[in-house]
Design a protein around this ligand. Structure first.
Ligand code: ZN
Ligand code: ZN
Length: 411
């Protein structure tokens, strides 16, 4: 134990008490002094007639408490280590996830830009395709003076032949020309493009305004969709990661031919029967009851519309008859307390607005079910069934059951 944590060596700080050793600690409820440490002088001065504890005893008490704290830390050392390790591993995975998401987006963006470039290139070259030979002809002369002075006639012939062939193919009436051997482009350059070949001329269809508008809308939609995704489902802490045993939820379990006739709200803690009026159907908790725990749960009963209404525990098998009045269930109902299909007490029945507290103790060999209505104890029943759930069963539409509090503790 570090010496600085000891109280045995303190000396009095009251000036006239000249550094006397502290021998007591004031625990008097009426003491107004802020400094509770007292030397023998203080006994007759600031703490006169006060209730004092020997400093040795206070020191022992503190050392014991301190040791307990250290020991409990030591005992949990491995768990704390595991926690820290799991924390850093999980953070690392989140960072990796971020990296993967960025890479995915980069890949998608890259491929989208590629596609976009191809589309524009197709559009831009659309026209050029038709004039490919003329472009070659133009290139033959442009930027190179030598061939003009002494052109490569065989190469030029090749180009010209192609242009000729092309225009005679395009022209429906090449024989109308005075000289069929001269292509229209050469003989009547100004008219050639406006004659028969004009019919085949393609136009670039690019409605700048429409395309820009559509594109902006597309970009906005992408952003909205990503934002919605992030808002709703990205990096939200899974609800059962740290609190699976202390969180209550009804589940959407259906039973033998019965659909799920409830609407769940308030994070699945409130169930309202809204379909199939007059059909008794079970509403089951998500988590099974474990052995050697105490489950405490507080319900608010919504029972405005009559009909059967059960709340309690049972095995999943109750589903066959779809209520909690079987040989493997206990419930508090509109007709009293029912234990394994036996009506125990029909003097206490649930009413609208009732608060029901259940305590389910699952200590092996000593399992028992305690029920309260509006804080009044109404039953304490032993039971010996396994694989049970907290359940409710409601017959009439608009009746509801709501879990207000839930607590689970290990025995
Ligand atoms: Zn003193
Ligand atoms: Zn005092």
């Amino acid at each position: 134990m570090e010496p600085c944590l000891e109280l045995n060596t303190l000396t009095c700080q009251t000036i006239s008490h000249s550094g006397q050793q502290i021998i007591g600690f004031c625990i008097d409820p009426n003491c107004q002094e802020k400094n509770k440490f007292a030397c023998s002088e203080c006994f007759f001065d600031t703490h006169s007639m006060h209730k004092l504890l020997k400093i040795k005893d206070l020191n022992n008490l503190l050392q014991t408490r301190y040791k307990d704290y250290k020991q409990s830390l030591e005992k949990e050392k491995d768990v704390i280590e595991d926690c820290k390790k799991a924390e850093s591993e999980q953070i690392e995975k989140i960072e990796k996830l971020k990296q993967n998401v960025i890479e995915e987006i980069e890949l998608k963006t890259k491929s989208f830009i590629e596609e976009l470039k191809n589309k524009f290139s197709e559009l831009i070259n659309y026209k050029a395709k038709d004039f490919k030979n003329l472009i070659e002809y133009e290139n033959f002369f442009i930027g190179n003076a030598a061939p003009v002075l002494n052109p490569d006639h065989s190469k030029l012939s090749e180009i010209c032949s192609k242009i000729y062939k092309e225009s005679s193919k395009n022209s429906e009436t090449p024989k109308d020309n005075k000289d069929p051997s001269i292509p229209q482009e050469f003989s009547k350059p100004s008219q050639s493009s406006s004659s028969s070949s004009v019919k085949k001329e393609k136009k670039i269809h690019f409605n700048k305004e429409r395309i820009n508008n559509e594109f902006n809308k597309f970009i906005q939609d992408q952003l909205t969709s990503i934002q919605n995704y992030i808002k709703e489902s990205f990096l939200l802490m899974p609800e059962n990661l740290f609190s699976s045993s202390t969180k209550f939820e009804w589940c959407n379990k259906t039973y033998s031919g019965y659909d799920f006739f409830y609407r769940l709200t308030n994070n699945n803690t409130k169930g309202i029967k809204f379909l199939s009026n007059g059909t008794m159907t079970v509403l089951r908790a998500k988590e099974i009851i474990q052995d050697n725990y105490i489950y405490k749960i507080k319900f608010k009963i919504g029972y405005k519309f009559g009909g059967d209404f059960d709340v309690g525990i049972g095995t999943d098998k109750v589903g066959d008859s779809c209520w909690l009045r079987t040989k493997e269930s206990i419930c508090i109902s509109n007709t009293g307390v029912i234990n394994m299909d036996l009506n125990m007490d029909n003097s206490v029945t649930i009413k609208d607005g009732d608060i029901i507290n259940l305590e389910i103790n699952t200590e092996i060999g000593k399992k028992h079910f305690i029920g309260y209505i509006n804080q009044k104890l109404i039953c304490d029943l032993d039971f010996d069934i396994n694989n049970i759930y907290i359940m409710a069963a409601i017959r009439n539409n608009s009746n509801s059951i709501e879990v207000l509090e839930y607590d689970v503790s290990q025995i």
